[in-house]
Write a protein that binds this ligand. Structure first.
Ligand SMILES: Nc1ncnc2c1ncn2[C@@H]1O[C@H](COP(=O)(O)OP(=O)(O)OP(=O)(O)O)[C@@H](O)[C@H]1O
Ligand SMILES: [Mg+2]
Length: 215
């Protein structure tokens, strides 16, 4: 299979105002790319377009060499389930269940197993028997990251994954995501406000004046 996991061509989109025009973007295996930009510039929207959840006004997105707009619902669902790891700000953990049960469901749904090394690295292995509702916000956030990685995705889309975390914990989460990306031949697109975190990726872009500029 080719080394390219995502190709976006001439993407333009507007809601109340134009967000971007003619954006071209490629993501290869083992690559981590960060996107920064002002609030409201359209970073989350772009991530939703790249990850198949919004169809842009113009342009095409190919994931794993498949044009998203030529797939039926069933084929799209398969890609979302097996290949994409979505870390968005609102994390949908099952609140009444234990942490471990949340991870088991994710692993089961994609026929994978939970990686204890990742739980250790994220410093959540001691929390596994606790109910989600009993955990702090930052602990829940790390559980949700572990849950996404338990699926063994090929592409990680992360929108502010370290947003509510202290610096040290944020660094630890970044290390886990980057290490996963490298060691599993996967790739990551990270949206963040934190330029220090952004710089940890292989490439960094700023979304500004409706375009992506590398910096
Ligand atoms: N589903 C939608 N319907 C209408 N407008 C939307 C929708 N989603 C986003 N927008 C608008 O598009 C603009 C960009 O939103 P987006 O969430 O992509 O920005 P962002 O760069 O992620 O901002 P932030 O850094 O605050 O998260 C905003 O003005 C927002 O109101
Ligand atoms: Mg956003």
């Amino acid at each position: 299979m080719s080394k390219t996991l995502l190709t976006a061509t001439n993407i333009s989109h507007a809601f109340d105002y134009p967000l971007f025009s003619s954006i071209n973007f490629t993501l290869n295996k083992k690559e981590s790319i960060s996107i920064v930009g002002r609030s409201g510039s359209g970073k989350s929207t772009l991530l939703h377009i790249f990850s198949s959840f919004i169809k842009p006004n113009e342009g095409t997105v190919e994931l794993l060499e498949k044009n998203l707009y030529s797939l039926n619902e069933n084929e799209l669902e398969k890609i979302r389930r097996y290949d994409l790891g979505i870390i968005f700000q609102a994390h949908y953990l099952f609140k009444g269940m234990k942490a471990i049960e949340n991870l088991e469901i994710a692993a089961l749904l994609s026929n994978e197993s939970i990686d204890d090394k990742i739980l250790k690295h994220l410093e959540i292995e001691e929390l596994m028997e606790q109910k989600i509702g009993e955990l702090s916000g930052g602990q829940q956030q790390r559980i949700s990251i572990a849950r996404v990685l338990s699926k063994k995705p090929k592409i990680i889309f992360a929108d502010e994954p370290t947003g509510n975390l202290d610096k040290e914990t944020a660094k630890l989460v970044m290390d886990v995501l980057l290490e996963y990306t490298e060691s599993h031949n996967a790739a990551m697109i990270l949206v963040t406000h934190d330029e220090e975190m952004a710089k940890l990726c292989n490439k960094s872009f700023r979304l500004e004046n409706q375009a992506l500029k590398e910096f």
